[in-house]
Design a protein around this ligand. Sequence first.
Ligand SMILES: *[C@@H]1O[C@H](CO)[C@@H](O)[C@H](O)[C@H]1NC(C)=O
Ligand SMILES: *[C@@H]1O[C@H](CO)[C@@H](O)[C@H](O)[C@H]1NC(C)=O
Ligand SMILES: *[C@@H]1O[C@H](CO)[C@@H](O)[C@H](O)[C@H]1NC(C)=O
Ligand SMILES: *[C@@H]1O[C@H](CO)[C@@H](O)[C@H](O)[C@H]1NC(C)=O
Length: 196
Amino acid sequence: MAMAIKSNRFVHLCFLLFVVSTVLLQTTDGRSWKKRPLRQPCRNMVLYFHDVIYNGKNAMNATSTLVGAPRGANLTLLYGKDNHFGDLAVFDDPITLDNNFHSPPVGRAQGFYFYDMKNTFSAWLGFTFVLNSTDHKGTITFGGADPILTKYRDISVVGGTGDFLMTRGIATVNTDSYEGDVYFRLRVNITLYECY
Ligand SMILES: *[C@@H]1O[C@H](CO)[C@@H](O)[C@H](O)[C@H]1NC(C)=O
Ligand SMILES: *[C@@H]1O[C@H](CO)[C@@H](O)[C@H](O)[C@H]1NC(C)=O
Ligand SMILES: *[C@@H]1O[C@H](CO)[C@@H](O)[C@H](O)[C@H]1NC(C)=O
Ligand SMILES: *[C@@H]1O[C@H](CO)[C@@H](O)[C@H](O)[C@H]1NC(C)=O
């Protein structure tokens, strides 16, 4: 009799262990967070944009300007301390098909960036490519963190209009050229996963 009760308890214990381990497995092995396969990219293109930062002397050529700065800084020059932390710039930059500043622009990159880390160079980018060329008519809107010192940074393609109606994807950005606090050029490799 005692033997029978013991084995009954053993069965219960085993059952309990089984249930607990199944629940644990489901929450830790990702089965309950099953990844859907990523669809194939539907479009890819590489474009460049050129940012000439206002420095107090280049009003004619500047395509971006500070519109916000931390207390103690000014809107003429990027804040010298804290890796420009707190500076906010608005830009209207030419977009080109190659890395030549003097190539005919195919559109404008319009938006803003702000420096958002004190201990390293880091920014947040929000902008739209306004494309109006024979090849592309429409807009693509981007947003995301830009850890400037990392060679390749992925930002989100959050939408579009015209030829890029309701698109989504990823843009890999890299700093193609950098001249002090006066000029930088970003290469943007746009991979779209939703096209209509
Ligand atoms: C504007 O750019 C041109 C060509 O790069 C240069 O020759 C000129 O000096 C610049 N003007 C100003 C005000 O920076
Ligand atoms: C702006 O600040 C910089 C230093 O960060 C300084 O060199 C410059 O003279 C200031 N400009 C004005 C107009 O105050
Ligand atoms: C796009 O280009 C066409 C033809 O050059 C022009 O008529 C139109 O105004 C341009 N649109 C914008 C938004 O610049
Ligand atoms: C652009 O990015 C895609 C996806 O990461 C990659 O497969 C492709 O080789 C890149 N193209 C260029 C020209 O760098």
